[in-house]
Design a protein around this ligand. Structure first.
Ligand code: SF4
Length: 251
């Protein structure tokens, strides 16, 4: 993608002129990155205790995993969903985006990050030279919580095995937690999103590199924060470049 096209997408995002003029060349230039700490991973607490049974899906392939999610009744959300929302994108993507849960539009269409928030995420991806089909997109929960309330701990615990298996199958170079709920859930922490940004975290026992950004639904409500989301994507691209070069991104 040319800088001109990227600038057009950034304009659509509402990212200001100062940031647009400091765009690095894709894919790995970092000289104009905003001043964000780059490699100091915060301690990742142990996952919370849960009453969820061991995940039997740990050995499933894509087809079997999708079928298991589709038929799942492990938590009460099975009774209120229109359909499960499994995930979408490149099954061997380098970047994997993880949000919190389906909303009304996702519940209706069976795909994560659609509607206005999804369109903004797609525009953000384009701004860093990626198409939606280049990445993999999933949620912590596969079923919509009624009224778009936050996921409950027991719901996330019951659904966790599905997401863990998706991560294993995709084997991404980088995980991007989208929004506070997803970030806090994945990292088992209550640290505010603002303090989780700009650092590389280790996800789970395998230590998948994970960075954090704002949820596009939040950005639609708070357009002044779009510039920070753009900084997060530049940071993700920088980290991704370091991973590609075989550099250590975790302490
Ligand atoms: S949210 Fe997850 S655990 Fe709950 S019913 Fe849906 S797929 Fe199953």
């Amino acid at each position: 993608m040319t800088d001109a096209r990227r600038l057009a997408y950034l304009e659509a995002l509402g990212v200001d002129v100062y940031v647009r003029r400091s765009l690095p060349a894709a894919p790995a230039a970092t000289g104009s990155l905003p001043a964000i700490a780059t490699s100091a991973a915060s301690p990742v607490p142990a996952p919370p205790a849960t009453s969820a049974p061991p995940a039997p899906e740990a050995a499933l392939d894509w087809e079997a995993l999708r079928a298991a999610v589709s038929a799942c009744t492990r938590c009460a959300l099975a009774g209120t969903r229109t359909q499960t929302v499994f995930g979408v994108g490149n099954p061997r993507a380098r970047w994997m985006f993880i949000g919190e849960a389906p909303g009304a539009e996702e519940d209706k269409r069976g795909e994560p990050f659609v509607g206005r928030a999804g369109q903004l995420l797609t525009a953000m991806l384009k701004a860093v030279g990626l198409r939606r089909e280049d990445v993999y997109i999933a949620n912590v929960l596969k079923c919509r919580p009624p009224g778009n309330r936050d996921p409950r701990p027991e719901e996330a615990a019951h659904c966790r095995g599905y997401l863990e298996r998706q991560i294993e199958l995709v084997a991404p170079a980088l995980v991007i937690a989208v929004g506070r709920i997803a970030a806090q859930n994945l990292l088992a922490t209550d640290v505010p999103l603002a303090r989780l940004r700009g650092r590389v975290h280790a996800l789970g026992p395998r230590g998948w590199p994970l960075v954090v950004t704002y949820h596009p639904a939040y950005l639609l409500r708070s357009p002044g924060e779009k510039r920070k989301a753009w900084q997060d994507l530049l940071f993700a691209r920088e980290v991704s470049g370091r991973i590609e070069r075989g550099e250590t991104v975790l302490p």
